[in-house]
Ligand binder design. Structure first.
Ligand SMILES: C[S@@+](CC[C@H](N)C(=O)[O-])C[C@H]1O[C@@H](n2cnc3c(N)ncnc32)[C@H](O)[C@@H]1O
Length: 223
């Protein structure tokens, strides 16, 4: 499958699903205290050192963006699906949402105080992950946090029916936390926290928090 095929399939699928998906997840954080705790830690890290903009990449209907904004974070959302962005803008009119793909993220270097990818990297195939993480790394200020939520496992499922029984065509990549941690390390992140949990978000959810490693200066080896 080419890049264009899986991206186009993912976009079309979430365009179809957007209202049903938004209904499904709207109040999910009320049921997930561990996730709320992690989001609070992430918010604290992102607000440190003067704060700054935080990108919720693959924001869907914007519930995580809005939750972070409620924690005093200058959060904005980016999503591949125009229909998702339409829902996010309608549900959270005070916040900023843009259509865009994490495979083609065009954000100024070191401009962000944080990046969150909450159950969105699950749609990126292995061969594109390094390039996506490198884009996150470039956009983050050194020392700033990246938060990833994902399904734990080691298989790829093709989902052909979505919330509300809508026909879709989306690949879901379940990953071992150790594999993601290795990719993060290779891309220049220091992994700070790694956990798995069972909750309404996922039958086995994975969480990773990593900080962009400070750049090695000329002639200065990385710490
Ligand atoms: C499972 S939903 C999670 C949405 C949101 N983070 C949440 O937890 O409510 C996955 C989202 O990732 C988005 N997505 C998938 N591939 C993407 C890409 N390449 N760039 C940006 N967003 C993407 C989808 O459109 C969808 O909104």
């Amino acid at each position: 499958m080419s890049v264009e095929d899986w991206l186009a399939d993912t976009r079309a699928s979430y365009d179809t699903l957007a209202p049903a998906y938004a209904d499904h997840v709207r109040d999910l954080l009320d049921q997930t205290p561990y996730e709320r705790a992690i989001l609070a830690v992430f918010a604290e890290l992102a607000r440190a050192d003067g704060g700054g903009p935080v990108a919720d990449v693959g924001c869907g209907p914007g519930r995580i963006t809005a939750h972070l904004a409620g924690l005093g974070v200058d959060a904005f959302g980016i999503d591949l699906s125009p229909a998702m962005i339409e829902v996010a803008r309608r549900e959270h009119p005070a916040l900023r949402f843009e259509v865009g793909s994490m495979t083609d993220l065009d954000l100024a270097e070191a401009s962000l105080a944080g990046v969150v990818a909450w159950y969105s990297l699950i749609h990126i195939p292995d061969h594109e992950i390094g390039s996506v993480l490198a884009r996150f790394h470039r956009a983050l200020r050194p020392g700033s946090p990246l938060l990833i939520g994902f399904h734990v496992g080691d298989d790829v499922q093709l989902k052909t029916r979505g919330y509300g029984d809508h026909p879709i065509n989306v690949q879901v990549h379940r990953r071992r936390p150790e594999q993601l941690a290795t990719w993060l390390d290779e891309t220049g992140f220091d992994v700070q926290a790694q956990m798995t949990l069972r909750s309404a978000e996922s039958s086995l959810g994975g969480i990773l928090v990593a900080l962009r490693r400070p750049d090695a200066g000329p002639g200065k080896p990385e710490a």
